[in-house]
Design a protein around this ligand. Structure first.
Ligand code: URA
Length: 436
């Protein structure tokens, strides 16, 4: 079928044949399907949606546009997590070693921060010498021998998504649940996983605007991923405040290491990290069910096995051998470290989490364009959570800034982000669970 006829079908609300979807995506190669045609198709889907089987076909076609990783020969189950992104979300840094300590292999192909959300790769690059672009042989060796490797995109994983996303980004067609589903899952299916857990965020710092939309995305991701043959569950988790009490790059790595060694664990971060680990272990048969997974994950964290694995992974990928023991000597430090103090006594009633993310960007710790460099040393530390009660003059955040100008910009965002008043009712960090 000609591309224009294929687009017309969707424009007119008629079902698409999986073979035609495959042919359309195959036409991305060599740009036989033009940029205008990709954009028109995206807009037709934006307005008319896709049926489940159409989304599965689109996801599989995008997966098959490049390489699919092959982990045969590794006798651990291959399992991973994907988060829709948030602020103070350093879960991956603890989750990968916890699951590895319980017998899983976690080849964690992560992304960079964009907009107000942080990115795991930027955090890992705070560690001197750590390489997020090892060659395939080292990536495989670290995954097999240590059990986890947190790295960036390798080879040609789902190149059709790269082109499709780039066009969606400039044609107001990103916010479509079937297109987001196919985009996220094509890359995860190409990673050759046996199990996947999705962390879909809801709240003021989340990518999806409302809880209803976040639920719809979680349901779509779980149905399509299982439909494409990958065992998948999803958790809906809260992003109405920063997940960790630190947000930035080096400050989140420090928070993660203190979490792993037991020096300090933010309670909501602990709840989300262990719940995701439990799902991963249960999905691939390393636990009989999520509650057994929770026990196993908790033990691997508390007895120090996860901290040990994190340290070994960092060293194997080029970081210092004593990173866990002496991280304060290795992590970059900001020149100006200054608290923001409460003007009046009160209780934290609301946090605009997106504004906190933007404060990190304003400090230079995030990007406004994909090609921007980030300052790993800057960030926000010791963020007060919802319901925290403060005295007048008590700090509710400490800014790590490059200079006075950066501090002032961040302070403006942080002060605007916090509302003081009536304490909100308690809300669990894990709001809901979805399975196939
Ligand atoms: N993240 C992705 O990878 N793709 C989307 O479409 C949206 C978020």
């Amino acid at each position: 079928m000609l591309p224009q006829e294929f687009i017309r079908q969707k424009r007119d609300g008629k079902p698409l044949d999986p073979a035609e979807i495959k042919a359309f995506i195959a036409g991305f190669e060599g740009e036989r399907v033009t940029e205008g045609q990709v954009a028109a198709f995206a807009m037709a889907v934006f307005f008319n949606g896709l049926e489940r089987q159409e989304t599965v076909a689109l996801t599989e076609a995008m997966r098959d546009s490049g390489d699919v990783l092959d982990w045969s020969g590794i006798d651990r189950p291959i399992v991973d997590k994907h988060s829709t992104g948030g602020v103070g979300d350093n879960v991956s840094l603890m989750l990968a070693p916890i699951v590895a300590a319980c017998g899983g292999a976690v080849p964690m192909i992560s992304g960079r921060g964009l907009g107000h959300t942080g990115g795991t790769l930027d955090k890992m690059e705070s560690i001197p010498g750590y390489s997020v672009t090892p060659d395939n042989a080292l990536f495989r060796k670290v995954t097999e021998e240590i059990g986890c490797a947190i790295i960036g995109q390798t080879g040609r994983l789902a190149p059709a998504d790269k082109r499709f996303y780039g066009i969606r980004d400039v044609t107001a067609t990103v916010e479509s649940i079937p297109l987001i589903t196919a985009s996220i899952l094509s890359k995860k299916l190409a990673a050759g996983l046996q199990g996947l857990v999705l962390d879909v965020k809801s709240g003021s710092g989340a990518f999806m605007g409302t809880e209803g939309e976040a639920r719809a995305l979680a349901q779509s991701l779980v149905a399509v991923s299982n439909g494409a043959g990958l065992k998948t569950t999803a958790l809906l988790t809260g992003m109405d405040e920063s997940l960790a009490s630190d947000a930035g790059n080096a400050v989140e790595v420090r928070n993660a290491v203190r979490f792993l060694t037991g020096a300090h664990r933010d309670p909501r971060l602990r709840e989300v990290t262990l719940a995701l680990a439990a799902e991963m272990l249960a999905l691939v048969g390393l636990a009989s069910d999520p509650s057994d997974g929770l026990r196993k994950a908790g033990a691997a964290l508390d007895d120090g096995r996860a901290a040990d694995i994190f340290g070994r992974m960092v060293h194997a990928l080029g970081g210092p051998a004593d990173f866990v023991e002496r991280m304060d000597e290795h992590l970059p430090r900001a020149d100006l470290v200054r608290p923001i103090e409460a003007d009046v006594a009160g209780t934290v009633a609301g946090v605009d989490t997106r504004a906190l993310g933007l404060a990190v960007v304003a400090l230079g710790g995030g990007r406004t364009r994909p090609q921007d460099a980030v300052d790993h040393a800057v960030g926000l530390a010791g963020l007060a959570g919802l319901g925290a009660t403060l005295e007048k003059g008590e700090p509710f955040c400490t800014v790590h800034a490059r200079d006075e100008e950066g501090f002032r910009r961040a302070e403006e965002f942080v002060r605007r982000a916090y509302t003081f008043g009536q304490a909100p009712g308690p809300r669990p960090a894990v709001i809901d669970r979805f399975e196939g």
